[in-house]
Write a protein that binds this ligand. Structure first.
Ligand SMILES: Cc1cc2nc3c(=O)[nH]c(=O)nc-3n(C[C@H](O)[C@H](O)[C@H](O)COP(=O)(O)OP(=O)(O)OC[C@H]3O[C@@H](n4cnc5c(N)ncnc54)[C@H](O)[C@@H]3O)c2cc1C
Length: 234
């Protein structure tokens, strides 16, 4: 069935870091039920040929009340994200969905290795919250890459999860000099975890410059392309 485009009301606006904002929105026409890891398409009244479609992953699992938690960074000169930064509580935004296949496979028979850079961590947060809610015991390692110390997204939450769930390990990593340094540092961290170890399920999310070299690393290490799940943001 085709997903409808509908208005949604902004319920709350919260700054998570100096450059990352969270919007909680509630679709007005019909509830959007989704799987952790999926996204909605926002139709924004900006740009040369509006609407401008921009995708945002849900940061919280499906709720009985139907509200959606979206988290995004302010991209310098980015049309969509700068428009979203103007929204206030009570404003409306058009959206449709859910979409996407960045979801957990069934059955989940391998250790999960989640790697996200910056807002690429948004679907990871949703997946982890869902897994812990369902008491899934699969071992999970999260490598969370940030552009600087002030922008380590969800840091306190990951630390709390690591304390509460012995199956979950969290490795934060800061790479101040752009995505190539982020890739370099992530690969250095990955090698002892992957080389000559049983296969894991890698799930990678972020911009292409970050995600593609990591996927290439796994395929060179003997993984099939379909054994590595990716979500790219650009
Ligand atoms: C499936 C999917 C899910 C997504 N989920 C999220 C999400 O949960 N949170 C989120 O912040 N963004 C998410 N995005 C990206 C989002 O849709 C927009 O592309 C982003 O907000 C930038 O839009 P813009 O119009 O402001 O910038 P544009 O004017 O489109 O400029 C994009 C340029 O900025 C660079 N860039 C820097 N940071 C980002 C970034 N975070 N995303 C995309 N491009 C970036 C790109 O490389 C590109 O050159 C998702 C994208 C996809 C395809």
């Amino acid at each position: 069935m085709a997903e409808i485009t509908q208005p949604a009301t902004v319920l709350a606006v919260t700054d998570l870091t100096p450059h990352v904002r969270q919007l909680v929105v509630k679709p007005k026409t019909s509830k959007i039920s989704f799987q952790a890891g999926q996204w909605v398409s926002l139709k924004l009244p900006v740009g040369p040929k509006p609407p401008l479609n921009r995708a945002y992953s849900m940061a919280d699992p499906s709720s009985p009340y139907g509200e959606l938690t979206l988290v995004f960074d302010r991209v310098p000169h980015g049309l969509g994200s700068n428009y979203l930064y103007e929204l206030r509580s009570g404003d409306e935004v058009s959206l449709s969905g859910p979409y996407g296949n960045f979801i957990l496979p069934q059955p989940l028979d391998r250790e999960l290795l989640l790697i996200g850079r910056y807002t690429g961590l948004v679907p990871m947060r949703c997946l982890l919250k869902q897994m812990f809610f369902l008491k899934i015991q699969t071992p999970i390692l999260l490598i969370a890459v940030a552009p600087n110390e002030d922008e380590i997204l969800f840091h306190q939450e990951w630390l709390t999860m690591a304390v509460q769930h012995p199956s979950f390990r969290y490795l934060p990593l800061v790479a101040r000099n752009g995505e190539s340094e982020a890739v370099e540092k992530t690969l250095a961290m990955l090698t002892p975890l992957v080389k000559e170890q049983p296969k894991v399920l890698p799930m990678l999310c972020g911009t292409k410059t970050f995600v593609r070299p990591l996927r290439a690393y796994f395929t060179e290490a003997g993984y099939d392309r379909k054994e590595v799940k990716v979500e790219t943001y650009d």
